[in-house]
Design a protein around this ligand. Structure first.
Ligand SMILES: Nc1ncnc2c1ncn2[C@@H]1O[C@H](COP(=O)(O)OP(=O)(O)OP(=O)(O)O)[C@@H](O)[C@H]1O
Ligand SMILES: [Mg+2]
Length: 345
């Protein structure tokens, strides 16, 4: 067992707005962790509030697990501090464990233990006794929908069910803050959606603060209100998803540039029509970076709404069989690729 137990409960709706005026439930304050000369975590600061799901995004070796382990009191910082519900990981680690649930990126599967025994073991570790413990385990079984698998040996669970159990395990003591290290890794699309729903419920219904790391950026964009992007131990961007996307646009100097997509109707001569569309686009003013695939083109357009409207009118007047014409939003993935630089230490 590599991780620390923490304490329980669970339940389930549309997100009320995150109140950022109160006390943060989680805060990293000038956190540093050096391994010899390697600066695994280098002056990291950010906060997250009750009901907030915050993405922690970064390439391999960026420092995500190291900072999460410090938050979970499994490691100590070289300098700086981190706080969970106001308690310092250095001065009050016991309190931190009470208020925090940590789901590590991999955890031990004990043979000869079934689902309910596993949850019961963690409930005991958190000091829950008698009816309180039974209620806590029961609550987790209901929330994670694992009740029908209660008697199943845990080393025979599918990956999706194991991840549910891992989430349930760190919920058993009803923590305020949940730190989830790549919980969606290895899950199929359905299991990912289900996990995402569970995490959303934790934030919206139970007002928990969730810090979640992942490489599956599109997943994080759908689930997180905010994110911090880390590389080589340093935070490169943080804020709401909208703020990060805006930051990304200013990083790439695209403030006045919009990326548009045009798709044409399927015809017998789709190749020929695509060539026609490409040629037409290349002849228009304020258009650059035209990229075509069969039946569609994306391009940058430097103009305003009125200009975009005129462009659409012209494309139709000129007889191109366009059936779709819209802005292509900059995804979190674009932000990640533009903000990170591919630095490895
Ligand atoms: N105990 C340790 N001793 C020495 N170096 C370590 C130790 N733990 C982590 N590191 C190094 O610190 C850096 C950050 O590692 P960390 O595991 O935090 O990255 P990560 O962002 O979680 O990466 P991944 O996406 O691959 O999980 C890496 O260069 C790693 O090799
Ligand atoms: Mg990691």
């Amino acid at each position: 067992m590599t991780d620390t137990p923490t304490e329980s409960s669970a339940a389930v709706k549309a997100p009320p707005p995150v109140d950022q005026r109160g006390e943060p439930a989680l805060e990293l304050r000038h956190l540093h962790r050096f391994f010899g000369r390697l600066k695994a975590v280098d002056n990291v600061s950010f906060k997250a509030y009750p009901g907030q799901v915050m993405g922690y995004i970064g390439p391999n070796g960026a420092g995500k697990t190291t900072s999460m382990r410090i938050l979970s009191t499994l490691d100590v910082p070289t300098a700086g501090d981190a706080f969970v519900c106001g308690y310092s990981v250095i001065d009050d680690p016991d309190k931190v464990r009470r208020y925090l649930g940590f789901m590590p990126d991999s955890f031990g599967k004990y043979p000869n233990m079934n689902v309910v025994e596993y949850l019961d073991f963690y409930a005991r570790a958190y000091g829950l006794r008698g009816a309180k413990r039974r209620d806590a385990v029961d609550h987790v079984l209901v929330f994670t929908e694992l009740r029908k698998l209660a008697d199943k040996a845990i080393n025979t669970l599918s990956k999706g069910m194991s991840q549910r159990l891992g989430l349930g395990r760190c919920l058993v003591h009803d923590p305020q803050v949940m730190v989830l290290d790549e919980p969606a890794a290895g899950l199929d699309p359905r299991a990912r959606v289900e996990l995402r729903e569970l995490i959303r419920l934790l934030a919206t219904e139970m007002r928990k603060t969730v810090l979640i790391s992942s490489h599956i950026l599109t997943e994080l964009g759908e689930i997180c209100d905010s994110a911090a992007i880390i590389e080589a131990g340093q935070i490169l961007a943080h804020g709401t998803i909208k703020e990060i996307e805006q930051q990304q646009r200013s990083f790439t100097g695209q403030t006045a540039t919009r990326t548009l997509l045009a798709r044409i109707a399927s015809t017998d001569d789709l190749d020929g029509q695509t060539d026609r569309l490409e040629k037409w686009l290349l002849e228009q003013p304020f258009i650059s970076r035209v990229q075509c695939a069969i039946g569609r083109a994306t391009f940058d357009y430097e103009g305003d709404d009125e200009g975009q409207q005129n462009l659409l009118k012209k494309i139709i007047d000129d007889g191109l069989p366009v059936i779709e014409f819209h802005g292509k939003s900059h995804s979190l993935e674009d932000a990640f690729m533009n903000i990170t630089k591919g630095i490895t230490q």
